[in-house]
Structures are given as C-alpha cells and as structure tokens.
Design a protein around this ligand. Structure first.
Ligand code: SF4
Length: 271
C-alpha cells in the first residue's frame, strides 16, 4: 500500500468502496462484487450431519462463495461459520491431494498407480505368510449401498476372507434393536419439527450451540419457549442457554439414566 493510500485510510478518506462494493445477484439479491460468481451450484453442507442446504458460488472455475439455500427446510438460508467457509476448505494448504506412503518413516506423496501396487503387494505378502484370515476389513458407515456391495465382493472374492464388518454393525446394532422393539421400525423417530413443538428439550452430551447452531433456529421457532435441560460435564455454550443444567461427573450418565427410569416408573406406578 502506498504512503498516499495509507494516509487516506488513516484519515478515513479511503472507505475501500471498490473492495466492499455489492452487485445484484439473481438468487441472493446482493453479493460482494469482487467475488460475484459466474454460477451457483446447489449442494449440501458436508461438515456435520445437520444437512443444511447451500449454494457454492463458482467464478472462473474456482469455488469462491458459500451461501445458505433460502428455500431449504433445514436451515432457511442460514449457515453456521463452518458452512460459510465451506468453499475455502477446497483450497486449504493442509488438504491431502495425493496418496501418502510412509517411506523411511516419512509420509511421502505417491502416485495412485504406486499406491495400488504397494497395497496389493502388502496384502499378498501378509496372506502368504499368515493365511487368508490374517486380513480384516472394517468399513465406514458413510458408504453408499453400491459402495458397500463392491467392498463386500472385494473382501469375499478378492481377499478371500469373511473378516468383514461395518461401522454400522458396531455402532448401530443396539440402537436398531432398541428402535425395533420399542417403535416397530429401525428409523430414528426424532425430527427437526420436534424442536419446534416440544414442551421440554433434553440435550445429553450434545453441544448444539457450538457444533450444530442451526438447530437452535428450530428451537427459536417454538412458540411455547420450551424448557431446556442440558446434561453435560462441560459448561458449554449450550449449557449456558439451559433452564436446568446438570453438570454430571464423567462416566456417571448411565447411573443418571437408570435413576431417571426408576423414578419415572415408580411415579407412574404410584409408589
Ligand atoms: S450446522 Fe453448520 S456445519 Fe452443520 S450442516 Fe449446517 S452449516 Fe454445515
């Protein structure tokens, strides 16, 4: 910045009109002129599971803008700071853009061809030395049905082992049985509308104010101003908005659950 520009900025004559100028946009009305996109791509925020609808603005082939989808029923056009910075994540310096193989103790960028061969050679070496069952695969719960199918075939027919399990079995089996036995279906029964209609909302170990702030909008739409009970060892931002805050000790949540159930049933049975 030249001395004249610095002096103008210091004296308040330079209001950086060009930098902060707005232009008309067909979807959002006004957007910053210096990154007005050539087109908007409708998508879903990928940071957390709330599922906010959003548009990514693309200018000269680069993502430059993130905006909430005004017609989306989850977030009504708003985004939390994570969603608002979604386009910057694509160009983050720390983003891994090539497979890494550890060589001499250092993770080293490699080609896909080298990585596939190295992985395949290692699987073969281990199975030749220790048998087919020496390899096991645990998959993520984020795979789509087709991905699950392809991975299952690869493990059974390619690796010739049945040591295959998914995160879905490990983390959801008890929940699924609970849902089925209680409600007759394995789909979780809650929905965002519950926040808008409930008299009481109990949040156990969930810090929605920091982690999923868009859910707070649904609570704000509830005309009954529900009582909020927060059970958490941390005095989080969510705890600060609670009517009742239960700062339980770590690992005492099960005891609290059991006591609550006992109290509930004994009250219903009139004891
Ligand atoms: S709450 Fe934030 S991080 Fe989660 S989906 Fe919405 S915008 Fe993305």
């Amino acid at each position: 910045m030249s001395l004249i520009q610095k002096t103008k900025a210091f004296l308040g004559f330079d209001i950086k009109e060009d930098k902060y100028a707005l232009v008309d946009d067909p979807i959002f009305g006004k957007v910053a002129k210096d990154k007005a996109p050539d087109k908007w791509v409708r998508t879903t925020c990928g940071y957390c599971g709330v599922g906010c609808g959003m548009y990514i603005g693309v200018k000269a082939g680069k993502a430059v803008y993130s905006k909430g989808d005004p017609l989306h029923s989850v977030n009504f056009g708003t985004l939390c700071p994570k969603g608002l910075s979604e386009h910057t994540m694509i160009y983050a310096d720390s983003r891994v853009e090539a497979p890494l193989i550890r060589k001499n103790g250092e993770l080293t960028p490699s080609t896909w061809e080298e990585t596939f061969k190295h992985t395949s050679d290692e699987f073969k070496r281990i199975q030749e030395a220790h048998g087919k069952g020496a390899v096991a695969v645990i998959s993520t719960g984020q795979l789509l049905t087709e991905d699950f199918y392809a991975l299952g075939k690869f493990v059974q027919l390619g690796l010739e082992t049945n040591n295959f399990d998914g995160n879905t079995t490990l983390c959801m089996s008890s929940a699924v049985m609970g849902y089925k036995q209680t409600f007759g279906s394995d789909g979780p029964t809650g929905c965002y509308e519950d926040f808008e209609k409930a008299d009481v909302i109990m949040l156990i170990g969930a810090n929605i104010a920091d982690n999923h702030p868009i859910l707070k909008l649904h609570i704000a739409k509830n005309p009954k101003t529900p009582k909020i009970i927060v059970i958490d060892p941390r005095k989080s931002k969510t705890a600060q908005m609670a009517d009742i805050f239960v700062p339980l000790k770590p690992r005492s949540d099960l005891a609290l659950d059991q006591w609550s159930l006992l109290h509930h049933f004994s009250t219903r049975m009139g004891r």
